[in-house]
Design a protein around this ligand. Structure first.
Ligand code: PLP
Length: 357
């Protein structure tokens, strides 16, 4: 059974049992005996959402933000969450039952892994970006299949070929979830991530857009079909049982998304990264062309910690990423480039890193 059919059946069951949930917007003049704003502080400051979206936390502003975002990334619909973690730990269990099999890249983010752990699905990892390995896994399994990948991996800075993932989905009757946390704002011609860049949204079950990275805010959109949105409103526990994002966040996200769309110096991120890559002497470098992230791997944690402190003593903050965040033997300095990093700053970083080489 396709996921669309599965979701529609479950939605119909809710209708038939009288348990169907939908979001309402009440007139501001209505008398409030439902919100959790017990002391009226949210009301007097026009800030807090006062409850979950299904009780008192929905508003025209949040729905408009979702519609604007859907148009921006070319999806039919989207649903806003308070964080990427909350979105991922809700999305995956909501879509999975005991008949679901999840195939995930071994380097996916902890929030996606936790979503898998919370689900009833069985799950298998495949070697990082190894689509041959993924295919061999897919060909050996039955059930409702979901593939989970990221558009840019947060530690290695590289990307999968999304077209090939979609091709595998089509050939093996699987559906795809892609997390665009580190690609949104950076990758693609307009900086809207890999899915929007190639207008692939209609071929992907859910695309996750956490906003704490290039948007510089917080919150997260899950973009997909109208059916997916309706389904999540009914079945996604982290959406249903949590206070809606506050109106201040909705406002901030709206204005910072607008800023991102019209930003003229976005390319500076990749320019800065390339300037660094052309000059760094170390050989054990991980990155990808779509990302702002470069990892420099060190053989052992001790020399890695030494270089981290040396950089800090010179006024540079770069974090050493240790086991268990990354696998043993792949400990690294994770360097994130920004539009605002100057050549002088990059030269200082290079001088220190190149000292040993
Ligand atoms: C790929 C990915 N997904 C999800 C998240 C979680 O997003 P948030 O910080 O909004 O909870 C992160 C955060 O680091 C991430 O890197």
């Amino acid at each position: 059974m396709s996921f669309n059919k599965y979701m529609l059946n479950k939605i119909n069951e809710r209708h038939e049992s009288g348990l169907y949930r939908e979001l309402s917007i009440y007139p501001t003049s209505s008398v409030d005996f439902s919100s959790n704003d017990y002391l009226g502080i949210a009301k007097s400051n026009s800030t807090g959402s006062t409850g979950s979206r299904l009780i008192s936390g929905n508003s025209k502003k949040i729905v408009n933000l979702e519609n604007t975002f859907s148009k921006l990334v070319g999806s039919e619909a989207s649903l806003f969450f308070s964080s990427g973690y909350q979105a991922n730990v809700g999305l995956i269990p909501a879509l999975s039952d005991r008949d679901t099999v999840i195939f995930y890249d071994e380097l996916i983010h902890a929030s996606l892994r936790d979503g898998i752990r919370l689900s009833l699905a069985s799950s298998f990892s495949f070697r990082h970006n190894d689509l041959g390995h993924l295919e061999s896994r897919l060909s050996n399994s039955n059930g409702k299949k979901i593939i989970i990948a990221e558009a840019v991996y947060s530690m290695d800075g590289d990307s999968p070929c999304v077209d090939s993932l979609i091709d595998l989905c089509n050939r093996y009757g699987a559906e795809l979830i892609i997390d665009e946390a580190h690609s949104f704002g950076i990758s693609g011609v307009k900086g809207l991530g890999l899915v929007a860049d190639k207008q692939l949204s209609s071929q992907i079950l859910a695309t996750v857009y956490p906003l704490g990275k290039a948007v510089g805010s917080s919150g997260c959109f899950i973009a997909g079909s109208k059916i997916l949105r309706e389904y999540l409103i009914n079945f996604c526990r982290s959406f249903i049982y949590s206070t809606a994002p506050s109106l201040s966040i909705v406002k901030e996200v709206g204005s910072q998304l607008n800023e991102l769309i019209f930003l003229e110096n976005r390319n500076k991120v990749i320019e800065n990264k390339n300037y660094f890559l052309e000059r760094i002497k170390a050989k054990n470098i991980l990155t990808g062309q779509n990302s702002a992230i470069v990892s420099v791997q060190y053989g052992d944690s001790k020399s890695l910690k030494n270089i981290e402190s040396l950089l800090f003593d010179n006024g540079i903050v770069v974090k050493a990423i240790l086991y268990p965040t990354v696998a043993k033997g792949t400990e690294r300095l994770r360097i994130c480039f920004h539009t605002f990093n100057s050549k002088k700053e990059i030269d200082l970083l290079l001088n220190i890193l190149n000292q040993d080489n």
